[in-house]
Design a protein around this ligand. Structure first.
Ligand SMILES: [Zn+2]
Ligand SMILES: [Zn+2]
Length: 208
């Protein structure tokens, strides 16, 4: 029976943890492979401030483990649920995300220096850090509820996508007026075009 070399094992992985993977069946024969499909509850703290994976929500993982000279290469895809809020209008966002990952887990006694990779603890490795990194890297910094979300009216706070043609006759405060003009300039070539276009447009928020 193979045992981990004590001094190299800084932490002990819990084999019952859903994201701790056992590579024993590969038998350390380079080229041997195994496919694993998992459905596990999401660990906490996967995401960024405005968008993330709810803790305990289902995470699907389809992964291939391959024994290589220095360790075990894990390659796969994961599908997670996302919840967050639109960076423009603050509406809730729910979505799913599929991302790929690949990580090398070196054998406990290997001379190889895993930089970001992990090191096997006996036959075990913890997939969680790789999964977390793959998901976080794939998230948009500024999630939006729909690609053309127009955000909120700076004057009254109405969500502009819910209110086509929304406009105020006279801005209540000249300081807001200049901000409003600025926002409309960003959204379209001119404020007049913006109103015409919005008024004639069907509301298309079926997906929410
Ligand atoms: Zn929005
Ligand atoms: Zn308004």
């Amino acid at each position: 029976m193979r045992r981990p070399i004590g001094k190299l094992v800084a932490m002990r992985l819990d084999p019952r943890s859903p994201l701790v993977i056992n590579t024993h069946e590969l038998g350390r024969r380079p080229g041997s492979m195994r496919r694993i499909e998992l459905a596990v509850p999401a660990p906490g703290d996967v995401g960024i401030e405005v968008l993330g994976v709810p803790e305990g929500s289902p995470v699907a993982i389809d992964m291939r483990l391959e024994a290589v000279m220095e360790g075990v290469l894990a390659t796969g895809d994961t599908t997670v649920s996302l919840v967050g809020e639109c960076a423009r209008c603050l509406n809730p966002i729910t979505d799913t995300l599929e991302v790929s990952f690949q990580e090398l887990y070196v054998y406990p006694e290997s001379e190889a220096e895993p930089d970001e990779a992990g090191r096997l603890d006996g036959d075990l490795f913890d997939l969680e850090p790789a999964l977390r990194d793959a998901v976080v890297l794939a998230l948009p910094f500024q999630p939006v509820c729909e690609p053309d979300c127009q955000g909120l009216c700076l004057e009254c706070g109405v969500r502009l996508s819910d209110s086509p043609g929304h406009a105020h006759q006279e801005p209540a405060d000249p300081r807001w007026a200049s901000l409003l003009a600025l926002q409309l300039d960003v959204a379209s070539p001119s404020a007049g075009d913006e109103q015409t276009r919005s008024a004639g447009r069907e509301t298309s928020t079926d997906e929410e």
